[in-house]
Design a protein around this ligand. Structure first.
Ligand code: URA
Ligand code: CA
Length: 461
């Protein structure tokens, strides 16, 4: 079919077949709202097969989508399943989302922090694949914590204490589950409109009025260059606004792990320390920035710097920590962990990794540290694998720090392999040895001191 025919069909209002719609996109024409609705509805129903959807995804990969198409695609995906309405909860409800980094503990801090300012936070999180578990796995390392609330319990919690974190129990955005699995095996994951619609459809379905996105860029993120990160941030913010939500994005550096801890229980401890005002400065800065934007979009601050200042006070006076205590208690966890971290489960062994080199740390590859944590059992390589909540890595020397031979660069937190599901046949000492070498390989040094690149690269609203 020639381009001309596409025009004629369009003018005549003829309903195009799926192969004609694929051709339309392949030849660089924008799809209409009804084209997109037809494609997504048919795919979810099963009347459009995977092979046609794969071809369409590849056409979108090469031809892109404009802002209208991306918004239509997002809306069609939202409409493929159940959605949450938070209308009956008073106040402007907020949500945050990170595109994913190594040692990213921000949700555990930002949720109680923003809630302590009187702004409700309704956060759906995942378990996910990757270096550590998702936020739910981290929270479940707190003794007793329930990360699987029913929809009613979730809404009741947000109403009562202004904060809740849970996995999703209703069937939200089935189109994304199907499409993501397809993209994963057809080399079409890294398409801006497909990423933006995948993330934003889930955010829109979750019902918050305010959405703040943390778009990570660097070695440990799936986006490696700044211009792509800004582009993705811009598309997601536009998509959020077209979906009727106040949306902003913060673009942040992910060349080294965030904070010090990479691991599930280890990151809970790090979150508690940060809420006590004793956390790593980079993690605190990021949490205040994301929270500052949430306050400002929710109308609690005139702009995000003012929001940050409000939140800093709530960190300093202990209100944010108290709110975390309340959140833990409300979801059946042991609230005393915020006062006594020894109540958290811990690994049997801490093994130091010592530097052989001298110099200023010039690189601390987040991706490699993440893989080291995964090798210890902190994350899942496959969907149904169990994680070990206590294992992981804590980095002691971050980029820019002066190091001498023999200084401790990091600690490995490990437990002898006792989990049959993870029975890899590798002896514990062999694994520790491998992980030690991985951590050493993540570090690079230089002789001269230098300026550490900023964590917060930019903001888009
Ligand atoms: N995260 C998502 O949820 N979807 C994508 O497409 C990429 C990252
Ligand atoms: Ca961390």
């Amino acid at each position: 079919m020639a381009d001309q025919t596409i025009n004629v069909l369009e003018r005549a209002g003829t309903v195009m077949t799926v192969s004609e719609l694929i051709l339309k996109k392949r030849n660089g024409y924008p799809l209409t709202c009804s084209d997109i609705e037809h494609l997504i509805a048919g795919y979810v129903k099963g009347t459009i097969p995977d092979y046609q959807m794969s071809a369409l995804a590849m056409a979108i990969y090469f031809r892109g989508m404009n802002e209208e198409e991306t918004a239509h695609l997002t809306r069609a995906m939202v409409n493929s399943g159940d959605t949450i309405s938070l209308m009956d909860i008073p106040g402007i409800k907020t949500d945050k989302h990170s595109t994913g980094g190594v040692g990213d503990t921000t949700t555990l801090i930002v949720v109680p922090l923003v809630a302590a300012a009187g702004v409700p936070v309704a956060k759906l999180s995942g378990r996910g694949l990757g270096h550590t578990g998702g936020t739910l796995d981290k929270l479940e390392s707190i003794p007793g914590f329930c990360a699987e609330l029913t929809l009613n319990e979730f809404k009741t919690a947000v109403k009562k204490i202004g904060a809740a974190v849970t996995g999703q129990t209703i069937e939200m955005v089935p189109a994304d589950k199907m499409l993501y699995a397809l993209r994963d095996v057809t080399a079409t994951v890294d398409s801006m409109p497909l990423i933006a619609s995948s993330i934003m459809s889930k955010k829109l379905a979750a019902g918050a009025d305010v959405i703040v996105l943390d778009v990570k860029v660097g070695d440990g993120a799936f986006i490696k260059d700044h211009s792509s990160a800004f582009e993705l941030a811009r598309i997601m913010v536009e998509t959020g606004k077209k979906g009727g939500r106040q949306t902003a994005a913060v673009i942040t550096n992910m060349d080294q792990p965030l904070g010090r801890a990479v691991g599930n229980a280890l990151e809970v401890e790090e979150a508690v320390l940060t809420l006590r005002g004793e956390g790593p400065p980079d993690l605190e800065e990021l949490c205040l920035t994301l929270g500052g934007w949430m306050l400002s979009l929710a109308g609690k601050a005139s702009e995000h710097e003012e929001g940050k200042a409000i939140l800093k006070k709530l960190l300093d006076n202990g209100s944010a920590l108290l709110k975390f205590r309340e959140l833990i208690q409300n979801q059946s966890g042991d609230p005393l962990v915020v006062e006594d971290l020894s109540l958290m489960p811990r690994a049997e062994k801490q093994v130091p990794v010592k530097s052989k080199a001298e110099g200023f740390v010039s690189s601390l590859k987040a991706e490699v540290i993440g893989q080291a944590a995964m090798k210890l059992g902190a994350g899942r390589e496959k969907k149904d694998l169990r994680i070990d909540p206590v294992v992981g890595v804590t980095v002691e020397k971050k980029i820019g720090t002066m190091v001498k031979p023999g200084d401790i660069l990091a600690h490995i937190h490990t437990s002898p392999e006792k989990e049959p599901a993870r029975n890899t046949g590798i002896e514990d000492h062999e694994r520790i040895n491998d992980v030690q070498n991985m951590i050493l390989s993540a570090y690079e040094f230089q002789n001269e001191p230098f300026e550490v690149p900023p964590l917060i690269i930019g903001c888009i609203k």
